[in-house]
Write a new protein. Structure first.
Length: 247
């Protein structure tokens, strides 16, 4: 049996795995979740990774590290520091060593938007490799205020049952750290461990077209298709558990 270490995305916390965990534990697996320090505006990617590392058991070597959305930029840093069996990315951003997430998709934004973000353009030669990639984000989600409950309902929880949506919004945390967008990832290279990418085909935030492309190009795997919105751990926890536990 495995230890599933569950790492949440932006605006969420340990609570967001509450519906998924019973499905994993019913199969005999162990689970671990933690709150990342997202409310600390100065928190870095390395500090996020440290929070995960501190939560991990010290003796178990069958660890499956699961990262949702923002956490895709964090779990490779953890796998660089500790022994894990598998990395699983769910509707996730993917890091590229030495670049920020904004670096990766800046060519899809107009000059006014980049200026509003105080973005300092990098050497174009270093970013050319991203120019053949599809847009990482669904255009309708760009620029939205995700601290707004209506926006969360429409983009995070659009396919969740009403009672789950209300519960999730009531537990939403303030996302003050934007390291996952602006900080160049400190990785030298992606860790050489087994990888799995789950693309949510009805995701209204992360483009499913980009997810398929990036899984193949960056991770060397074919994305697993899940008919879900951005948060399958809340909208389809049983289905997600079956994908997580399959070979």
């Amino acid at each position: 049996m495995s230890v599933f270490c569950l790492v949440h995305g932006a605006f969420q916390g340990t609570w967001c795995w509450d519906l998924l965990i019973p499905y994993l534990e019913a199969q005999g697996h162990k689970t671990i979740a933690m709150d990342l320090p997202i409310e600390n505006a100065s928190a870095t990617l390395s500090q996020f990774a440290d929070a995960v590392i501190q939560a991990l058991p010290k003796t178990d070597d069958d660890i499956v590290l699961v990262g949702h959305s923002m956490a895709g930029t964090i779990i490779p840093l953890v796998a660089q520091a500790v022994n894990v069996r598998q990395l699983v990315f769910i509707a996730a951003l993917l890091p590229y060593p030495g670049t920020s997430t904004l670096d990766q998709f800046s060519h899809h934004l107009d000059s006014d938007t980049l200026k509003s973000l105080n973005y300092q353009p990098k050497d174009p030669r270093k970013l050319e490799q991203f120019h053949d990639e599809p847009n990482m984000y669904e255009p309708a989600s760009v620029g939205k205020d995700f601290s707004d409950e209506a926006v969360l309902k429409d983009f995070f929880y659009d396919d969740c049952p009403l009672e789950v949506t209300q519960w999730a919004i009531s537990n939403s945390r303030s996302q003050q750290s934007l390291a996952y967008i602006f900080e160049p990832n400190p990785l030298k290279a992606l860790p050489k461990v087994e990888r799995k990418y789950i693309v949510c085909t009805n995701d209204r935030i992360i483009s499913s077209t980009w997810s398929r492309y990036a899984a193949r190009k960056r991770l060397g795997v074919e994305a697993i298709e899940l008919a879900s919105g951005h948060c399958p751990h809340l909208s389809h926890p049983g289905l997600l558990a079956s994908v997580l536990t399959s070979d």
